[in-house]
Design a protein around this ligand. Structure first.
Ligand code: NZQ
Ligand code: ZN
Length: 388
């Protein structure tokens, strides 16, 4: 097992009818800004309910945080936070609203040009750059990203998606009520299953580090997603299936399975370019890239791919290569069984666009990806060709 530090201060309130905890967990005299997305949380009545639990506190609202939240949208809120002396933010939404809120929280006390905060990539922003943030909590409406219990955000600016990492932007608390996610369109639920699945495999199918606890928790999450995936897409109001999706997605990216193990974020980095260039949903980009990446990287990942085949898919028969072939095939079939296409061409992207993606990866410094930092632009190109 590799050395690791682990820190996660987010308080979780899980289950039905948990909104009443807002009153105890938001300071009594706070001036509260509620952030939300394009309108789903208004339409469902969730924002009104949240306001009821905030009682007499002074409330401000900022809606319109779009999927793949844009810097240009978020800076407008920073002005509100400063001018109205907001001292608590409540994010009501999916990964985009929560990520956008994290950026607002971080940038509100930053003295310089807040675009500076997009330059750190996966390096945590040092505490002497941002010393203070606006505390925030979340009401999660879409299980997928894990943003409700981690300290990362992904912010879109110009033609790129920029990771922002900082320990100061863990939510103070997150309310995870599976019933709030019942209004999601099927496609978003399927995207969420795939996002959680790929977060897990990117911290698991790397090279062996003898991290037995992390491996077995990862295998538990993967088997849970395989077991409940199709059901939770087909039966939106099946509480037990959805509750298991919600907790799987949170557990997949709250730091527990990633502690002390190698990590491969290549699929996410290539996928971010596909979203930025072609507007393909985050989960769908992962469904396109991941099976192709496994095909191209099967030698580097051989030992863990075999473990994945045997322990996650229970493939007992056949030689090692046959087991790996079948595990990759089953992975692709699983994504497709949720109604998500796994070929780039099925999203209207033609092979002549691959060099454009490679140029963007280069422009964003994504030239040495993966758990071994040897996934070059040439290999990214091969993966995208395989994904056609
Ligand atoms: O904007 P509204 O109207 O609310 O509609 C949203 C949006 O159109 C809708 N939605 C959300 N909850 C709903 C609902 N519709 C009906 N009922 C509900 N209960 O769903 C659509 C997508 O929402 P979005 O928040 O964009 O989806 P998701 O949670 O998948 O977030 C994607 C973003 O998270 C980033 C991605 O890059 C992308 O920008 N990620 C963040 C990570 C993190 N912070 O750790 C890790 C991930 O790998 C990911 O990169
Ligand atoms: Zn993701």
């Amino acid at each position: 097992m590799l050395n690791f530090n682990f820190y996660n201060p987010t308080r979780i309130f899980f289950g039905k009818d948990r909104l009443e905890v807002i009153d105890k967990n938001v300071p009594a005299n706070a001036r509260v800004l509620i952030t939300f997305g394009g309108g789903s949380a208004k339409k469902s009545g969730l924002i009104e309910k949240v306001k009821t639990f905030l009682g007499k506190r002074k409330i401000y609202e900022f809606g319109g945080i779009e999927p793949n939240p844009r810097y240009e949208t978020l800076v407008k809120t920073i002005e509100i936070v400063r001018s109205e002396n907001i001292d608590f933010i409540l994010a009501v939404g999916g990964g985009s609203v929560i990520d956008g809120t994290k950026f607002i929280s971080l940038a509100s006390f930053y003295k310089g040009d807040s675009r500076d905060l997009l330059k750190y990539g996966f390096r945590p922003i040092p505490f002497d750059v941002v010393r203070k943030v606006v505390p925030f909590g979340t009401v999660l409406t879409l299980p997928a990203t894990g943003s409700e219990m981690n300290s990362g955000a992904v912010i879109s600016y110009e033609h790129g998606k920029f990771p922002v990492m900082c320990e100061l932007i863990f939510p103070e608390f997150s309310i995870l009520d599976p019933t709030i996610t019942f209004t999601l369109p099927r496609i978003q639920v399927a995207n969420g299953v795939i996002d959680a699945f790929v977060h897990t495999v990117e911290q698991y199918i790397t090279f062996p580090a003898d991290a037995k606890v992390q491996d077995r928790i990862a295998e538990g999450i993967l088997q849970t997603l395989i077991e409940i995936g199709a059901t939770t897409v087909a039966e939106p109001e099946n509480y037990d299936a959805r509750a298991n999706l919600v907790w799987s997605a949170t557990m997949a990216l709250n730091g527990i399975i990633g502690a002390g193990v190698p990590q491969d974020w290549a699929t996410h980095m290539i996928g971010h370019e596909l979203t930025a260039l072609f507007g393909i949903d985050h989960g769908q980009t992962l469904a396109i890239v991941y099976p192709a990446l496994l095909e191209v990287r099967r030698t580097q990942k051989r030992a863990k791919l075999l473990q994945y085949a045997e322990r996650v898919w229970h493939i007992g028969k056949g030689g090692e290569d046959e087991k790996i072939d079948l595990a990759i095939k089953k992975t692709r079939e699983f994504f497709e069984s949720l109604g998500i296409k796994t070929r780039l061409s099925e999203y209207g992207v033609t092979a002549d666009k691959i060099p454009v993606v490679i140029e963007q990866l280069k422009a964003h410094g994504m030239t040495a990806l993966s758990e071994t930092q040897d996934l070059t632009l040439d290999i990214s190109q091969k993966i995208l060709e395989r994904a056609m």
